[in-house]
Design a protein around this ligand. Structure first.
Ligand code: PGA
Length: 249
């Protein structure tokens, strides 16, 4: 944790669930938050696009924020299948995840594309959550920090910190695998992120965060929360991760 920075526990639902499941999950997270789970942290869920309005309704009146998983770099236009940042705002999103490694891999998103998307998100009044992280080969070659520094340099638009932009460090090899870097490795990368991002930017760790490892990870210096995939699909697990936040710790 970083003194003075409010932690954030964000759930990335990816391409999972039915509409009924999304509503039920959002309702359970909202109820847990209302009951004080993770009171020291902000909570956010990022459902698939079609479920955003229903999830917004399920979260209404709760402190849980709504995020999307991508947006286009253009404000509007002939971009079949894409979604503009302003559209996400209109259905209640306040945040958008950008440059997730699955999008970088599945859709060939480069740092330049991510930077343009983040600028578009900020222009529409959304807070971007920009993801960076090395592959396993890069980690084994000792290149993790250099890779992440390069991604940051290429992916963050000007005024990112001033717009409350959030950075998520997600080593590709830790996503959905049950494997995590050592605490020392997470702390080292987050120290590098901090040097680039400035003192007030929230720095999330993502990649196989679970109730069983959240406390240790969230206690590391410069780790201001988590971006949670698999464990965010089970309300009790997601809330348990939020409850592992120790404010000011
Ligand atoms: P995971 O995914 O928690 O399932 O590893 C994290 C992410 O991809 O954001």
């Amino acid at each position: 944790m970083t003194p003075g920075v409010q932690p954030l526990i964000a759930g990335n639902w990816k391409m999972h669930g039915t509409l009924a499941e999304a509503k039920a999950l959002a309702g359970a997270v909202a109820a847990g938050a209302g009951a004080g789970a993770g009171a020291g942290a902000g909570l956010l869920v990022a459902p698939p696009f079609p479920f955003l309005p229903a999830v917004a309704a399920a979260l209404a009146g709760s402190p849980v924020a709504l995020g999307a998983q991508d947006c286009h770099a253009a404000p509007k236009g002939a971009h079949t299948g894409d979604v503009a940042a302003a559209m996400l705002r209109e259905v209640g999103a306040t945040h958008v995840i950008l440059g997730h490694s699955e999008r970088r891999a599945d859709h060939g998103e480069t740092d330049a594309v991510v930077q343009a998307k983040a600028a578009a998100a900020m222009a529409a009044g959304l807070i971007p959550i920009v993801c960076v992280g090395e592959s396993e080969a890069q980690r084994l070659a000792g290149e993790a920090e250099a890779v992440v520094r390069g991604q940051l340099a290429g992916s963050l638009p000007p005024a990112f910190a001033a717009a409350s932009g959030i950075i998520a460090y997600e080593p590709v090899w830790a996503i959905g695998t049950g494997r995590t870097p050592t605490e020392a490795d997470i702390a080292a990368i987050h120290a590098a992120l901090r040097a680039v991002a400035g003192p007030a930017t929230r720095l999330l760790y993502g990649g196989s965060v679970k109730p069983g490892n959240a406390k240790e990870i969230l206690a590391l210096p410069n780790v201001d929360g988590a971006l949670v995939g698999g464990a965010s699909l089970v309300a009790a697990d997601f809330l348990a991760i939020a409850a592992a936040v120790r404010p000011g710790g």
